[in-house]
Design a protein around this ligand. Structure first.
Ligand SMILES: Cc1cc2nc3c(=O)[nH]c(=O)nc-3n(C[C@H](O)[C@H](O)[C@H](O)COP(=O)(O)OP(=O)(O)OC[C@H]3O[C@@H](n4cnc5c(N)ncnc54)[C@H](O)[C@@H]3O)c2cc1C
Length: 466
């Protein structure tokens, strides 16, 4: 073990390979609620990584991977961006971390072709600030806005709060530079174009790959001019299913909102003090008259389905508090409870069953105290349901509730993850969702990473029980 660390130090220099306790502890965990609970509530020590490599260039990354290949695998390499994964995907225990956040430059912003070329370690927050100062935006705003990096967002297939109108991270990607597990540096295409049908879309090998097929080092992404016109408000419903029908109706009539979040009565009570399903919704664009027409037509549809207009305050309340993550965690801690969030997806016809099946299954798990949800990220065919579960901080309860949740979603025809990904957390259910297609992922993995140096040793994607 020490010999490989010495090799890395010799090749990269001591200031690019950290082995001191303070740094190792910093990279031991990500935002996986199980690890946070073990550390902050159960006062356990999370095992540390073996070393942290902080490359200053793509060449350093390539060199590191070549050295790891010579060593022959056996020690997982975990790429670390913002460390905001909530699934243990960037947890460093027992691994060699490659923290790519020194590669954080915006290389080019082209306001004519509407593209940005950026290094993958750049924080979304910084990239967005630079774009905003020029009147542009990625309009990809996840709740982890202040933590996440461009590479991490791509590697976890992230979805932002405005995804219904602007698409998810995969829709913004035009080109990527990646370092393959063997150390080779490759751009996925020579020319950046809006679309091409020259063979299978290679970007999808890396979107959602969670650091197991290579390291994303640069991205060319599409940008949009900042919207100039917006209308927003909220509506309450007597039943959640009426709200779900409204969301579907809006999507099929192409009255596509920028933000639409339909809270069930439980989450609505906590957020807004209303014990009724509540929809907050916004439309945005570039012309007041166009947005005005969309708003009026949407309001008509919503009211036809029994929605009752409830003013602008709830939307504004969400807008001003949407990044208050630490305060929310503190509130739960003070109740002597812990939490996790479980974001799943389904088609319109399945959403009511997934919602009901999930609640029903979790209410039976001893130690689960509350379940609440909102529906967001709309598509023509369905949407995401984002559950928050409060429970007594007991590890056994944690795994029981996850088991109940994943099985309830699969049995009712949904996907076990809409945007948080697999990580260490969901690996044992991936096979149940993908079926035989897991074989394809394994074949690709073996072809690109024959020595299995990247991430898989930690059990992600391919746990022994698959
Ligand atoms: C409070 C909070 C709110 C969140 N809200 C959202 C949300 O609204 N929408 C959403 O989609 N997600 C959300 N997430 C989870 C989401 O996975 C991350 O925020 C984000 O996508 C990860 O970015 P990161 O840079 O922190 O990645 P990390 O946590 O550092 O890494 C995540 C995974 O990607 C890999 N990886 C990182 N960088 C690279 C790279 N350059 N090349 C290859 N692999 C890489 C890592 O190895 C790991 O497997 C939230 C998380 C938190 C803590």
């Amino acid at each position: 073990m020490q010999d490989i660390i010495n090799k890395l130090i010799n090749a990269l220099g001591p200031n690019k390979v950290l082995t001191d306790d303070e740094n190792l502890s910093r990279y031991a965990r990500d935002f996986w609620p199980l690890l946070m609970m073990r550390e902050q509530v159960l006062h356990e020590k999370i095992p540390k990584p073996l070393a942290v490599v902080v490359p200053g260039s793509v060449n350093d990354i390539s060199l590191t991977l070549r050295i790891m290949n010579e060593y022959g695998g056996g020690i997982p390499i975990v790429v670390y961006g913002g460390g905001s994964s909530v699934t243990g995907a960037s947890m460093g225990s027992g691994s060699i971390i490659i923290d790519i956040t020194r590669l954080n430059k915006v290389l080019n912003i082209d306001t004519y072709d509407l593209t940005i070329t950026v290094e993958a370690g750049a924080k979304l927050r910084d990239v967005e600030a630079e774009l905003n100062s020029m009147g542009f935006s990625l309009r990809h705003i996840p709740q982890s806005f202040n933590y996440a990096t461009i590479g991490g967002l791509i590697a976890t297939m992230s979805s932002g709060q405005y995804s219904t109108l602007y698409g998810n991270v995969e829709d913004a990607i035009l080109n990527l530079e990646v370092v393959l597990p063997t150390g080779e540096v490759i751009w996925l295409r020579r020319n950046t174009v809006p679309r091409a049908s020259t063979g299978p879309s290679l970007k999808y090998l890396f979107v959602g790959s969670e650091g197991m097929l290579g390291i994303i080092t640069k991205a060319v992404l599409r940008i949009v001019p900042l919207p100039k016109s917006t209308r927003y408000g909220s509506f309450t419903f007597n039943a959640l299913n009426d709200g779900i029908k409204v969301l579907r109706e809006l999507m099929i009539r192409r009255l596509v909102p920028a933000v639409a979040r339909l809270y069930d009565e439980y989450e609505s009570s906590i957020r807004f003090g209303v014990a009724k399903p509540t929809l907050i919704i916004s439309f945005e664009g570039y012309y007041d008259n166009v947005i005005g027409v969309m708003w009026n037509e949407a309001r008509r549809v919503i009211e036809d389905y029994g929605g009752e207009y409830a003013g602008e305050d709830y939307f504004e309340n969400w807008l001003s508090s949407r990044f208050n993550v630490e305060e929310e965690i503190d509130r739960v801690k003070k109740l002597g409870l812990w939490f996790d969030t479980i974001e799943v997806a389904g088609t319109w016809s399945r959403l009511p069953q997934i919602y009901a099946g999930f609640r029903d299954a979790l209410m039976r798990v001893e130690g689960v105290v509350a379940i609440m949800a909102h529906i967001s990220h709309l598509y023509l065919n369905g949407a995401c349901i984002y559950f928050t579960v409060l429970f007594k901080p007991i590890i056994e309860t944690y795994w029981k509730l996850w088991d109940a949740a994943m099985n309830a979603v699969l049995v009712n025809g949904g996907s076990i993850s809409h945007h948080h990904g697999i990580g260490m957390l969901r690996s044992k259910w991936v096979g149940k969702e993908l079926g035989d297609a897991v074989k394809i992922v394994k074949l690709i993995k073996n072809a690109l990473d024959p020595k299995s140096v990247m991430n898989t040793k930690s059990g992600m994607f391919f746990p022994d029980n698959l």
